[in-house]
Design a protein around this ligand. Structure first.
Ligand SMILES: Nc1nc2c(c(=O)[nH]1)N[C@H]1C(S)=C(S)[C@@H](COP(=O)(O)O)O[C@H]1N2
Ligand SMILES: [Mo]
Length: 417
């Protein structure tokens, strides 16, 4: 009888151990793929490979519910076993909470189109928050449970230990270690994590409170408030822009840039159309804001999965600019330059002829702030936003082809949403 019980108990223990191992590997895969997905560094190196990593993250993320469900089947018994171990019970609850939270927010992110921008923005903040809290917790949990740390006896100096008493007698001045080696290493691991992750964590908390829209679209307001550009005159919105025809953008822009954010004033800003055109133009700001603008409402999609819906953009139709300059018959490609000196992209002449491609000057009735590519950025609603060159200041008509910044790094040249 007791033999059977013993065997059952052992089987149960084995199940828990293998569950723990599986879960550990799933967390490792999700953590690595997740960090690669948010890291700007990897964005550049991986290019299109990112799409695969994203799918791996989603598929493994969905699969991660299996060990949780399996555990829940065993949970009653395990819970009883942990009756006298409150720390272990707390650990179980924390880990379950993390896994379920990651899973649920992850599903919302995966289904961001279906659930809409508000839910997916909240989900992103929750997913990030759990990662910021959960990952250090799990790293700490794993590091402090490495085997040799669990065998402290040889390394621990215990008060009242006879040998120590003798030692103390022989060397009365010898300092008494206050901490055991194990607690020292735990403390060091904790402090190391706090120092390496702490500052970014605090910055992230600030940013995400803004992203949650505490007090309206605070982040956008803040970006506008912190506009580093100083161009006069300030463009005046058309009636369709103020109040914005689209009713105000829904969602939050993530500020993306591959360079430091450039700053413009009347002295260093101009807008050029050149290359294979009949008439080359070089406008200064005053001339440029006098050009005829139009208003459009459109959605903005980054390939990395976030969108901002119902933006009311005001600007000059690319089509009109090209008509004004007169495109030569030998031209095939429209090349866009950013004032950051690095970023470029292209459209074919046919794509550039689409009615909704806009050289935008205003967003929701206000000048586009420097962080979001102001004073002038390109908007190509039917394509992913990497086509939307920020700080646009030159359009060149060229004969051949040109491979844009992200296209050189693996993104498709046709960026249709
Ligand atoms: N000059 C420049 N333009 C750019 C980028 C950039 O890094 N530099 N990033 C592109 C990408 S990938 C996206 S998603 C959008 C992001 O616009 P936002 O920073 O205003 O949110 O700008 C696009 N245009
Ligand atoms: Mo993007």
């Amino acid at each position: 009888m007791s033999g059977i019980l013993e065997r059952l108990r052992k089987g149960f223990g084995k199940k828990l151990v293998s569950l723990h191992t599986w879960n550990g590997w799933i967390v490792v895969i999700l953590a690595l793929t997740g960090l690669v997905l948010v890291g700007g560094f990897w964005r550049g190196i991986l290019g299109e490979g990112r799409v695969w990593i994203k799918w791996l993250h989603i598929v493994v993320g969905i699969a991660s519910i299996m060990p949780v469900l399996y555990y829940l089947l065993l949970a009653g018994k395990h819970w009883k076993q942990l009756k006298d171990k409150p720390a272990q019970r707390a650990n179980v609850l924390i880990v379950l909470g993390l896994l379920l939270g990651w899973f649920l927010s992850g599903v919302l992110l995966w289904q961001f189109r279906a659930v809409g921008p508000r839910a997916s923005n909240v989900a992103l903040v929750v997913h990030d928050l759990l990662t910021w809290v959960g990952l250090p917790y799990i790293i700490y949990h794993s590091l402090t449970r490495i085997k040799w740390l669990k065998e402290p006896n040889r390394r621990t100096v215990k008060r009242g230990d006879e040998r120590d008493a003798v030692k103390d007698a022989l060397h009365p001045a010898a300092p008494q270690p206050v901490y055991t080696r194990r607690s020292f290493i735990r403390g060091a691991i904790g402090a190391g994590l706090a120092v390496t992750i702490g500052p970014s964590f605090l910055k992230w908390v600030g940013d995400s409170l803004g992203n949650l829209g505490v007090g309206g679209s605070q982040t956008l307001d803040k970006l506008i408030e912190n506009d580093a550009n100083s161009l006069v005159p300030v463009p005046q919105p058309l009636p369709a822009s103020a109040p914005p025809l689209g009713g105000g953008a829904q969602g939050q822009f993530r500020v993306y840039t591959v360079t430091p954010i450039p700053t413009f004033s009347n002295d260093n800003w101009s807008f050029t159309i050149d290359g294979l055109v009949d008439r080359t133009f070089k406008w200064d700001w005053k001339q440029f804001v006098a050009l005829k603008r139009e208003v459009q409402v459109s959605d903005f999609h980054c390939v990395t999965g976030w969108s901002v819906y119902k933006n009311t953009w005001e600007g000059i139709k690319l089509k009109d600019l090209l008509k004004q300059a007169g495109v030569k018959a030998s031209a095939r490609t429209v090349k866009f330059y950013s004032g950051d000196g690095v970023y470029t992209d292209t459209l074919s002449l046919e794509q550039a002829d689409m009615d909704d491609v806009l050289v935008a000057v205003m967003h929701d009735g206000k000048p586009i702030p420097s962080d979001l590519g102001g004073p002038v950025r390109l908007i190509v609603p039917k394509m992913y936003a990497y086509k939307s060159v920020k700080w646009l200041n030159r359009i060149e008509l060229i004969e051949g082809e040109h491979v844009g910044y992200w296209e050189q790094r693996g993104y498709s040249n046709d960026a249709w949403v």
